[in-house]
Write a protein that binds this ligand. Structure first.
Ligand code: GLC
Length: 389
């Protein structure tokens, strides 16, 4: 900010317009409508938006360790997705779009399905099973309206983390059975309505330790492809998101869980292999198969007692910064989807949204409610970051 202002001041005082124009251009939306084709992350930086920056700045202010504070402050300029996790958060979307420049892409998570988080308790949502009409008219429709009114800004959407993967592997649970119709119809509606030229969408596919099992690849791909078809094959759906709020390494050979039975029946031992395997299954099922991978918290491996442990994993660190330089032509970008520092779920056993995974021996405790800032956890992520800050 300081740099830009002084550059503008110098430009003005010298009577030169070129420096000023360049300064303003790098801070403004595009001057014409954005039409995203190919890899939308190539040539664009994931937006480091003001809401996460404010969380980071507050965390930095609370730090007495000066050297850690200097490192932590750098997080404010790392691109991170914003989660539209309830209807009331939609009010923030227009402002976030307005602060996004022409050379940036704003990351948004669509996350409010009726009966949300059907296999866990920590992230149960505000909409009850059966509220599909509310999801459509009060959640998706207003989001579409705001994005359509801002055609000169690029957006990347992660569509409904965990939802369809839960239908593939947790259909034994009554809650997931009850949520199934609403998930399928809600996801299809989101894909159809948010299919705008300045948007790219990635439908969530869990992670390698979830749909990467031999027996899950085809049913998983078919479940996602059904939503794509039901939505009328939207052109702006580029493929799938993986490792959202997850912990898996991008490349790790042998894999962290490369022992029987995991290693025997699951070849997706890292997210790189998962992208290739699930990508191939998606192609067979007739859906676009490019991927984005959350590397926000995957710096440290060997922390989980079991592959499925998902809550506030203790010892984690910030991972590779967002980039379109992935080395895998199917992987459009490494992105930070889960805002590091925000909790995955409360560790208080008496809380209504307590999930036992958040009380496991490998889960950081104490931890506040999902989405709430956890200062100690954030500091740990900074300390353990790879590459370091
Ligand atoms: C969790 C929470 C959600 C939050 C998100 C990002 O899934 O349930 O409220 O926005 O994480 O921290």
């Amino acid at each position: 900010m300081k740099v830009s202002l002084s550059a503008a001041f110098i430009a003005l005082s010298l009577g030169s317009t070129s420096v000023l124009a360049a300064t303003l251009a790098s801070r403004a939306a595009c001057t014409t409508a954005v039409k995203l084709t190919g890899n939308a992350f190539s040539g664009r930086t994931l937006k480091a938006h003001s809401i996460y920056a404010a969380e980071v700045n507050a965390a930095v202010a609370a730090l007495t360790d000066k050297s850690l504070a200097t490192k932590a402050a750098k997080l404010a300029s790392v691109g991170t997705f914003f989660w539209l996790d309830k209807i009331s958060t939609i009010a923030k979307l227009d402002g976030l779009i307005k602060e996004t420049s022409c050379n940036e892409i704003l990351g948004i998570v669509i996350y409010d399905l009726p009966g949300r988080d059907c296999a866990a308790k920590a992230s149960n949502g505000e909409l009850a099973v059966g509220s599909l009409a509310t999801y459509k008219t009060q959640y998706i429709d207003p989001i579409r309206k705001i994005i359509a009114a801002n055609p000169n800004t690029a957006l990347a959407l992660v569509i409904e983390p965990d939802s369809l993967p839960n239908l593939v592997t947790n259909s034994n649970l009554t809650t997931c059975q009850q949520s199934a119709d609403g998930y399928r119809q809600g996801v299809a509606y989101a894909l159809q309505q948010l299919n705008l030229p300045n948007v790219v969408m990635y439908l969530d596919a869990g992670h390698g330790g979830w749909l990467g099992w031999d027996a899950n690849l085809t049913p998983g791909a078919q479940e996602l492809a059904r939503a794509y078809t039901a939505a009328g094959k939207p052109a702006q759906l580029k493929g799938f998101s993986t490792n959202v709020a997850g912990w898996n390494a991008w490349i790790k050979i042998p894999g962290e869980f490369d022992v029987p039975p995991d290693g025997q029946f699951n070849k997706a031992q890292d997210e790189n292999r998962y992208v290739n395997l699930f990508g191939a299954a998606l192609a067979s099922a007739g859906m676009p198969n490019h991927a984005i991978v959350d590397t926000g918290r995957n710096a440290v491996q060997g922390l989980r007692l079991a592959w499925g442990d998902w809550c506030n994993v203790n010892g984690a660190g910030f991972g590779v910064r967002p980039t379109s330089n992935t080395g895998n032509s199917l992987a459009d970008a490494f992105v930070w989807v889960k805002p590091g520092g925000e909790s995955d779920g409360t560790s208080d056993p008496s809380a209504a949204r307590f999930d036992s995974f958040c009380g496991l021996a490998d889960a950081f405790q104490p931890a506040p409610e999902a989405g709430t800032w956890n200062q100690a956890y954030f500091e740990m992520l900074v300390r353990n970051a790879v590459p370091s800050f």
